[in-house]
Design a protein around this ligand. Structure first.
Ligand SMILES: [Ca+2]
Length: 336
């Protein structure tokens, strides 16, 4: 498995070697009037020409252009190959991407301390990427894309059909289809920092809202510090929202039973210590109505080394629906 980070490699400019195959053939045969035909025949020809021209302006699949599955597979094959080779991942100008998708991807990591690749929605290059069967509805389509890491996971890519053929319009970290029923939505923020007798609230903004993955990518809160005082602690707020249309409960499991660098990791709901159940993966939230949320506070106490925890949130009603957030402490450099 490749673990090299591939962030920050987007560049503007035209892509060389565009795949002409993604171009939709244009209607090139002119409809000409016969110079020997009768006026009636000319009228018929004119009507037929208008009808064909009108038809040609409607973006419908005619079987001549690559289908959504082929477009997605081809794009991801190119993307993985370029990433593996360490070349700039220039999206601008590709005929298989909508300009709006390119804009979104190029600015996905703006203002983020820890970025993720927006197209792969991951922080590493997968071993392989497989585009599945497309679901087509008129000029819209979605294609499931399975990325094979140690454990494969699937993202959804959306396409639209226009004059340039099928183009990827949503995908990667921007999940495309509302038909994909994402259920738990974990969000996280740094809550407080303190030591005995003094607590400072950061009141940070939650990250990870409407982002769903199993890696915690783009939904994590990591504090960087150095040389903490005796008894110091950090708390992180984990908000679990029910993003489905019916009430559900959610199982919560955190990685890392063992501590590193002296950190003690505890989890609370209100004043109730739920650490043992969270670490064992047996903890369940109360039943949450659609849109309702449930707060768990994670507390890191007095340690020194870099440490992180991945908290996985799984629907009880549909265990295939998972989200995850990450938090931790990064030991910074001494400012002395
Ligand atoms: Ca989320």
């Amino acid at each position: 498995m490749t673990t090299r980070r591939i962030l920050g490699t987007f560049a503007s400019g035209d892509l060389q070697g565009l795949r002409a195959a993604t171009r939709r053939p244009t209607l090139s045969k002119a409809i000409g009037a016969s110079d020997t035909a009768s006026r009636a025949r000319q009228v018929i020809v004119a009507v037929l020409a208008a009808a064909i021209l009108a038809w040609s302006s409607i973006p419908v699949a005619n079987g001549a252009e690559p289908g959504p599955q082929a477009v997605v597979q081809s794009f991801y094959d190119w993307y993985i190959a370029e990433a593996e080779a360490g070349r700039p991942l220039t999206l601008r100008g590709r005929p298989d991407l909508t300009p709006a998708f390119v804009d979104w991807a190029e600015h996905y990591n703006d203002g983020q301390m820890f970025g993720a690749d927006p197209v792969l929605c991951a922080q590493a290059i997968p071993d392989s990427v497989t585009a599945g069967t497309a679901t087509i509805s008129g000029s819209k389509a979605t294609v499931p894309v399975t990325e094979a890491f140690g454990a494969p996971y699937t993202i959804t890519v959306g396409l639209t059909l226009g004059s340039a053929g099928w183009q990827i319009s949503t995908g990667g970290c921007a999940q495309a289809s509302p038909a994909v029923a994402r259920k738990p939505d974990g969000r996280i923020r740094l809550g407080t920092h303190g030591y005995p007798g003094k607590t400072t609230s950061f009141d940070a903004t939650f990250v990870g809202n409407n982002i769903y993955n199993t890696t915690g990518a783009h939904q994590k809160a990591v504090v960087e510090s150095f040389n903490e005082l005796e008894g110091s602690f950090f708390t992180f707020d984990i908000s679990i929202q029910n993003d489905r249309t019916r009430a559900d409960r959610f199982k919560v499991k955190a990685t890392g039973a063992a501590t590193r660098g002296g950190w003690k990791v505890a989890y609370f709901h209100g004043t109730t210590n739920i650490t043992a159940a969270i670490v064992a993966g047996t903890f369940r939230t109360a039943s949450l109505a659609p849109g309702a949320s449930y707060l768990i506070v994670a507390k890191l106490t007095q340690g020194s080394e870099t440490t992180t925890r991945l908290v996985t949130i799984r629907s009880v009603a549909d265990p295939t629906k998972v989200d995850a957030v990450k938090f931790g402490y990064k030991r910074g450099a001494c400012g002395c």
